[in-house]
Ligand binder design. Structure first.
Ligand SMILES: [Zn+2]
Length: 193
């Protein structure tokens, strides 16, 4: 599929080992091409961006990039970046916007971050102690553990790995980018194929 520059598309940049490096906007992707860093293109989608008028031809130049671009070298993950930060949005996407207690799906505005062991009782604000819950289930459970409230979890929370973090961080991820990132997810992930 062809996308024009009006789309605020993100290009998935991966290193020569297939490890995701970052989501890049077109301008940044263009710099990789310009500096000769691009090894190959793996995406099925193409993005076009209009450049300046070329003096020789009088035509406007056009830059085209693939939706997945492999660059030279091995990307070293900066210290601390292997861990995916816990945010509301990422949690809701991890859990597919499904309440862990009543199993219904909701829009993000109707969902809450639910601490399985309440923070007031020593529960930590980390991936393995949080699930997505609707407002009414969260209120009903209150300051109790699931077993005390007789509200068993319908799914298990898990820590998000780096590749899954890329999926959770892009609201407009394309199918080919999704398939690429899904290929390396652990089986327990709800985004694994
Ligand atoms: Zn609920």
């Amino acid at each position: 599929m062809w996308y024009g520059s009006e789309i605020t598309a993100k290009i998935l940049i991966i290193d020569s080992h297939g490890q995701p490096v970052r989501w890049a906007l077109m301008q940044r992707a263009a710099r990789y091409y310009a500096s000769g860093k691009v090894l190959t293109e793996l995406g099925e989608n193409l993005f076009g961006m209009a450049g300046g008028i070329q003096e020789a031809t009088g035509y406007r130049s056009e830059f085209v990039t693939s939706s997945i671009v492999m660059i030279r070298g091995r990307h070293r993950i900066p210290y601390g970046h292997a861990h995916v930060g816990l945010t509301k949005h990422r949690l809701f996407v991890r859990d597919r916007q499904t309440c862990a207690y009543c199993s219904n799906r909701f829009s993000e505005s109707e969902l809450t971050v639910e601490h399985i062991l309440p923070v007031s009782r020593g529960g930590l604000h980390e991936w393995t102690n949080v699930v997505t819950a609707c407002r009414s289930c969260n209120t009903r459970k209150g300051n109790r553990r699931p077993e005390e409230a007789n509200m068993p979890l319908i799914y298990v929370p898990y820590a998000v790995c780096r590749n899954e973090g890329f999926i959770l961080s892009n609201r407009r991820i394309l199918a080919d980018q999704m398939i690429f990132l899904q290929a390396s997810l652990p089986r327990h992930s709800r985004w694994a194929q």
